[in-house]
Write a protein that binds this ligand. Structure first.
Ligand SMILES: Nc1ncnc2c1ncn2[C@@H]1O[C@H](COP(=O)(O)OP(=O)(O)OP(=O)(O)O)[C@@H](O)[C@H]1O
Ligand SMILES: [Mg+2]
Length: 268
């Protein structure tokens, strides 16, 4: 639901910037609703309420993963003066797209945001907090930053393990936060491993489309019919599908082959 369209300036933000950032965190959910102009869905609100340092979102397409991360990045930058956040995605276009969401939110909150003069895809706030978007298609694109306080990897199931390995050490010096966002892909890669067998302190959020009020059942049926069971499970039901799974649709196999075999006295 759209709450408001006009540009909003929120006192908590101005105050945080004036004092250099480290004021009380306030409510990220409230900040999100003001900046986004939406009413958060229950699961989104739950996510933004005490989400901790490590977050994995395994949610349907169009759940709001990227917008939730944009809110978290801006909130972090506002409340931690001179912080450095890095946004990575499989390509620079994808990470820049998330950075644009951060810029849009900053604009709506009345925050002056400019580039850092070094990185083409970057934002610096008045409290000198910086957010930089980098490509995640090679470890080299992500090395070279010091004292990172927040790392967001969008479309994480499509990002290579080497990139994750290059990125994580940057968080060690400032005990930074990390968010991994994605719909699932194969049963491999760091996103799959962290989700299924990673440390217990990850906050794992799973949101299939069937539990999201914005998706109508008939829409989902149309998507299932168009994509097929395997891709539908991946894109909308948050299911990791092992490579090779679903090459044969079992129901189709039973219908076609078993029925054809029966008169010949063959059984499957
Ligand atoms: N609470 C909400 N109220 C209204 N619209 C919402 C809400 N949450 C999400 N949306 C809609 O969902 C859209 C998709 O958001 P976003 O791009 O962040 O999703 P995503 O999960 O990253 O999608 P994808 O997997 O395709 O990248 C938003 O642009 C908005 O239109
Ligand atoms: Mg997205």
């Amino acid at each position: 639901m759209v709450l408001r369209k006009e540009r909003a300036v929120v006192p908590v933000v101005s105050e945080a910037i004036r004092l250099g950032g480290d004021t009380s965190a306030g409510s990220m959910a409230e900040f999100a609703e003001t900046a986004l102009g939406w009413r958060l869905e229950d699961k989104q609100r739950e996510l933004l309420t005490g989400c901790g340092k490590r977050v994995i979102l395994n949610c349907t397409r169009q759940w709001g993963k990227s917008w939730m991360a944009a809110v978290a990045l801006l909130f972090h930058a506002v409340h931690h003066a001179e912080s450095l956040s890095i946004v990575a995605g499989p390509t620079l276009r994808q990470s820049a797209e998330l950075l644009k969401k951060v810029k849009d939110l900053a604009w709506r909150m009345g925050l002056a945001a400019r580039g850092d003069g070094i990185n083409r895809q970057s934002v610096v706030l008045p409290n000198r907090s910086r957010i930089v978007a980098v490509p995640g298609n090679s470890p080299d694109g992500i090395r070279g930053f010091s004292g990172v306080t927040m790392l967001v990897i969008d479309e994480a199931s499509m990002v290579r393990d080497e990139v994750y390995a290059a990125a994580r050490p940057m968080l060690t010096q400032k005990d930074g936060s990390i968010w991994l966002l994605s719909t699932p892909k194969d049963e491999e890669g760091f996103y799959y491993r962290e989700f299924t067998e990673g440390a217990e302190d990850w906050r794992r959020v799973v949101a299939p489309a069937t539990e999201c009020p914005r998706f109508k059942p008939e829409q989902l049926e149309a998507e299932r019919a168009s994509l097929g069971a395997r891709l539908f499970a991946q894109e909308f039901l948050c299911e990791f599908v092992a490579a090779g799974d679903g090459l044969f649709d079992k129901a189709w196999f039973d219908d076609v082959f078993c029925e054809a075999a029966r008169p010949l006295g063959l059984e499957w």
